[in-house]
Design a protein around this ligand. Structure first.
Ligand code: GLN
Length: 287
């Protein structure tokens, strides 16, 4: 549907319009619509059903029109509500951070399966902090460090850590730059991996996300390469490196890992059956 065709539905939302009629008469995706109506009117999903005959006040109608207008202009729902769920937890998100994706939950699961009690784990390019907060929340015994090159992103991540009582050491760092001599039992990362100029960067929700979190402005592998090369100096013996990457990058990432001496190199498929996470272990990195 074209944007001008969606406009009349918005104009019809006024004082006296019922919630039920808004939900029935909008061209927006029904899931997006329910989230946005609930957010604008501060109602739960259940209340949207039980109070469907409730008539909007003029202020409510205006707040709702504003939220729906932003979505129609293309803005992601999570930036409008300021929130997204990840690994069962609610995360604050702003346009300074990538919106957490369900694929990344696989990275959290794979990490949790491999982390011994008290392990030191590092998240590179933490963004909203979704990965380290999910790890620390599930396993308070872990010693979690998270870094980002963006101070604005770190502020969002710190907020999310406080919100979920996750004990995380944050640092402002360009990959490993602020961590000289530090070693970890595991390194995880969901780095920018989209190839420069990929058409997806100028389509849909991605247009609103921080471009430096999406693309390396190069071949899509440069951040992954930096992370893999640096990991040989920052992992303890038998330490794991696990990274999310693009749908067509698994083979290249496995080659990079093998070339740096990683063992047990493999990839894991996401729910869509796409090889989405690759990793390996470093044995005796300093030998
Ligand atoms: N998975 C994201 C996307 O393709 C990209 C995330 C990233 O670059 N790390 O929309």
């Amino acid at each position: 549907m074209q944007e001008h065709e969606k406009a009349p539905a918005l104009a019809a939302i006024a004082a006296g319009t019922t919630i039920g009629s808004v939900l029935r008469n909008s061209p927006l995706d029904p899931v997006d619509l329910r989230i946005l109506v609930g957010h604008a009117l501060r109602l739960s999903r259940i209340q949207l059903i039980t109070r469907s005959e409730l008539a909007l006040t003029a202020n409510e109608a205006e707040a709702l029109r504003a939220a729906l207008h932003r979505r129609i202009q293309g803005e992601p729902v999570a930036y409008i509500t300021g929130e997204r769920e990840f690994y069962g937890l609610a995360f604050a998100v702003t346009p300074d951070v990538l919106i957490p994706r369900p694929e990344t939950e696989l990275l959290v699961e794979l990490a949790l399966e491999r982390l011994q009690p008290g392990s030191r784990v590092l998240d590179l390019g933490t963004g909203s902090g979704a990965i380290p907060v999910a790890l620390a929340h599930a396993r308070p015994d872990l010693d979690v460090t998270a870094v980002d090159i963006s101070k604005a992103a770190l502020a969002v991540a710190e907020r999310n850590a406080r919100r979920h009582h996750a004990n995380i050491a944050f640092a402002h760092s360009d990959w490993y730059s602020a961590l000289p001599g530090r070693t970890f039992d595991m390194i995880v990362a969901n780095p920018p991996y989209i190839v420069k100029g990929d058409r997806h960067l100028s389509e849909g929700d991605l247009r609103f996300e921080p471009v430096d979190a999406l693309t390396d402005h190069a071949d899509g592998l440069s951040a992954l390469r930096n992370i893999i090369n640096g990991a040989t100096r920052h992992l303890s013996s038998d330490g794991w490196l696990l990274m999310e990457h693009g749908y067509d990058q698994a083979e290249a990432v496995r080659s990079l890992l093998s070339a740096q001496g990683f063992s047990a190199v493999r990839s894991w498929t996401d729910l869509a059956g796409i090889e989405r996470i690759s990793g390996g272990r470093i044995v005796n990195p300093f030998a």
